[in-house]
Write a protein that binds this ligand. Structure first.
Ligand code: ZN
Length: 412
């Protein structure tokens, strides 16, 4: 594989310094696949060089997960053991910087019992939730990716493994802006300040409604929550003021729209990978804020099932703006990983909204957030609507309007 050591260490440094922004004296918790042990060592060393007090490793393995789900019974897998819970409790004391490196095979769990998977996940996350909530807003975290052979083969099935891997690395490298300018850290400064500039502009416009139109049939309006803000790029750890970037790459500016307040038809411009299966050439029509009908050339049944997962699954939880020049879009293929695919172009998500977009949102209960218009659901699924000629117009409370997007990108 032709990944240069220099670029890999530049990437490790970018994740630690710009993404997670590790501060002297902080504990770091790195979650990464066992196959990526060399890159794990690079990230670990960078974290220590940034002043980390201790770097704790959390090793992941697709292969082991598959075996557990295949052979161990549901009850055994669903129970969180006392020592596992103790680890979670420790996290609320250490407030570690959490770094996640994704490299999993998109088909890792294909063919396993989906009910067993979701029951185990539900019960484990119910135990972990109070601990996660307790550190919300009080620690830095960053999710980035490192290509693996099975993942690369999924993206480039016709290529030999080694070539697939180097193609995927090259794409990941471009999306995280390594090798573009002399220094990726400087390139990210420029990138995040442009995103902040746009989100500030959007917040100052106080739009109450957005109208979407494109020649593929998208014709749609959605209402926004008056006090919700547009967010993008980075967040700030309220404990120490450290600015960090939760997702690398990141291109989107997003908010949660008013649940139950949208009308019209959205036509997808990219296939949707859901539970390991593809939904292709699809559209969803909304009435009174709820998906009432959909069409798909492939995977229609799956799409309908998804929209009926629970009460909130047929309503919107996210609206996100991404110009068509996004480096992810320019790669021109499906990554089968939301970290990348949702940064390709403008999208919506059905399902769970983000209460963080409300003032003091982190401290609101689910009921309080729902009362303000944030959708609640067990799913959150992004789908892309950013057509080449997409236009988005913003409307204010007084009826005045401003072009936001024209021809798939910022109007100005
Ligand atoms: Zn998004």
């Amino acid at each position: 594989m032709q990944i240069s050591k220099e670029q890999l260490s530049e990437y490790a440094r970018l994740i630690v310094r710009t993404g997670a922004n590790v501060q002297p004296g902080q504990v770091v918790q790195l979650s990464i696949a066992v196959e990526q042990h060399e890159f794990a060592a690079m990230v670990t060393e960078e974290a220590y060089l940034a002043g980390a007090k201790k770097v704790n490793l959390n090793w992941l393995s697709d292969g082991q997960d598959r075996l557990h789900y295949r052979y161990a019974d549901e009850e055994t897998l669903a129970v969180t053991l006392p020592w596992e819970e103790e680890k979670l409790r420790q996290m609320t004391k250490d407030l570690p910087v959490r770094i996640f490196i994704e490299s999993e095979d998109p088909d890792a769990l294909a063919g396993l019992d989906p009910e067993k998977l979701s029951h185990v996940r539900q019960r484990r996350s119910a135990v972990a939730k109070p601990y996660r909530d307790a550190i919300d807003g009080k620690h830095q975290w960053c999710i980035a990716a490192m290509p693996s052979e099975p993942w690369a083969k999924k993206c480039f099935p016709d290529k030999p493994a080694e070539e697939a891997l180097s193609l995927l690395w090259d794409a990941v490298r471009r999306t995280v802006r390594i090798g573009e300018k002399s220094d990726a850290v400087a390139a990210w400064k420029e990138h995040t300040s442009r995103i902040s500039e746009k989100s500030t502009w959007l917040n100052n416009q106080h739009f109450r409604m957005l109208r979407y139109e494109s020649s593929n049939g998208t014709d749609f309006t959605v209402e926004l929550i008056p006090e919700a803000s547009w967010e993008g790029a980075g967040s700030t750890n309220q404990e120490n003021g450290a600015y960090y970037i939760p997702n690398m790459p990141t291109e989107e500016i997003f908010t949660s729209p008013m649940a139950g307040k949208c009308e019209g038809k959205l036509v997808a411009v990219k296939p949707l990978s859901y539970n390991g299966q593809l939904i292709e050439d699809f559209s969803i029509t909304f009435e009174n804020g709820r998906a009432v009908s959909c069409s798909a050339a492939k995977g229609l049944e799956l799409l309908e099932k998804m929209l009926h997962m629970d009460e909130g699954a047929c309503m919107l939880g996210e609206v996100a703006l991404v110009p068509k020049e996004s480096p992810v879009n320019r790669c021109g293929f499906l990554f089968y990983n939301t970290l990348f695919d949702e940064n390709a172009c403008c999208h919506f998500a059905v399902g769970q909204g983000f209460k963080e977009v409300l003032p003091d949102g982190d401290n609101l209960t689910t009921e309080e957030a729902t009362a303000k218009g944030i959708n609640d659901s067990i799913i959150h699924v992004d789908f892309m609507v950013g057509a080449e000629d997409l236009s988005i117009t913003g409307f204010r409370a007084d009826g005045s309007s401003v072009p936001i997007f024209r021809n798939g990108t910022w109007a100005e």
